[in-house]
Write a protein that binds this ligand. Structure first.
Ligand code: NAP
Length: 286
């Protein structure tokens, strides 16, 4: 319920949030559709998460995005959490449905839409995911649900084990663990068709870092999706192109997780071209 003609607000809860390109992407989309909607940055320190989530209801926001470090912390303050968000263990989108706050996760959907848009259909494919944090959980869930066979490696093996255990029953086979070591990763790369970097390795300011163990070579048959999008052309993606393999950058997932949230909030199809142009422009100017 909102006042006749009154603006509608959504925003991003996180700490910090100043670097986010989401306002540029969503506000361009609202303008393109002639909606009197506004996307705000909402910096929230960890001790204030509960008050911030309750504020969505009190201030009649249509919803919010949630980012680091609050994706799990918001859960106790929501009325409902979708099966997808529960399985991933993180909420990145909140919907305010007449005062009921629903937690959703659009990262998995965004990842899949971007991968398919890049021409890779994961059904029946073998994929190696590096990482065991929030992004890796969304990616592993998405790949398993889409019918891929998933291999998983991470610097800290205990976290990979915990992720694999959390994903039991999501796909027809659970993720298989690969030690984070040169020979084991190399052997796996010879058999998979997709490699996903779901670690933060290669992000600014450490742009010369590569998430693979030292000495691993990229086979030419691979598609390599790096979720890192600052910089857009990571060193991993440059090595991919040099090896004759297919690079896919992280901007597609960022766009499509936003588009999925936009659609859930507004009920309108997301104007993808407008959102992509605004996002690319914001990334170029940061
Ligand atoms: P996170 O929960 O903090 O997880 C970080 C992951 O990176 C862990 O697996 C960690 O391994 C690994 N890692 C960090 N430093 C490392 C190092 N020096 N060597 C080896 N592994 C290292 O982060 P997240 O939220 O999952 O995000 C991961 C990345 O994905 C970030 O760059 C983020 O920007 C990106 N992302 C992109 C999108 C998109 O839309 N494109 C969406 C979400 C996230 P340990 O377990 O060993 O610490």
């Amino acid at each position: 319920m909102s006042e006749q003609g009154a603006p509608t607000y959504v925003g991003l809860i996180g700490w910090p949030v100043a670097h986010s390109r989401s306002p540029a992407m969503h506000n361009a989309a609202f303008r393109a559709l002639g909606l009197n909607w506004h996307y705000l940055l909402l910096p929230v320190v960890p001790e204030d998460v509960g008050d911030a989530v309750r504020g969505i209801r009190a201030l009649r926001f249509a919803g919010c995005n949630v980012t680091v470090p609050h994706k799990q912390a918001v859960v106790p303050f929501l009325d409902e959490v979708s099966p997808t968000a529960r399985a991933i263990g993180a909420v990145n989108t909140i919907l305010n449905r007449d005062g009921r706050l629903m937690g959703e996760n659009t990262d998995a959907e965004g990842f899949l839409r971007a991968l398919r848009e890049a021409g890779f259909e994961p059904r029946g494919q073998q994929a190696l995911v590096i990482g065991a944090g929030g992004a890796a959980r969304a990616v592993v869930y998405a790949l398993l649900r889409a019918g891929a066979n998933v291999w998983l490696t991470n610097r800290t093996q205990a976290r990979a084990i915990a992720l694999a255990e959390a994903m039991q029953g999501v796909g027809h086979t659970p993720p298989r663990l690969v030690p984070f070591a040169r020979q084991a990763v190399q052997t796996t790369l010879e058999t998979v068709s997709l490699l996903v970097n779901a670690t933060s390795v290669g992000m600014v300011p450490h742009t010369e870092a590569v998430p693979l163990p030292e000495g691993v070579r990229l086979p030419a048959h691979l598609t390599v999706n790096d979720l890192v999008y600052t910089p857009r052309q990571t060193r991993l993606l440059r090595l991919t192109a040099d090896a004759g393999a297919r690079p896919v950058d992280g901007v597609g997932m960022l766009l499509h997780q936003g588009a999925a949230a936009f659609e859930q909030w507004t009920g309108h199809p997301a104007p993808l071209d407008v959102m992509r142009a605004a996002l690319e422009d914001a990334l170029r100017h940061s």
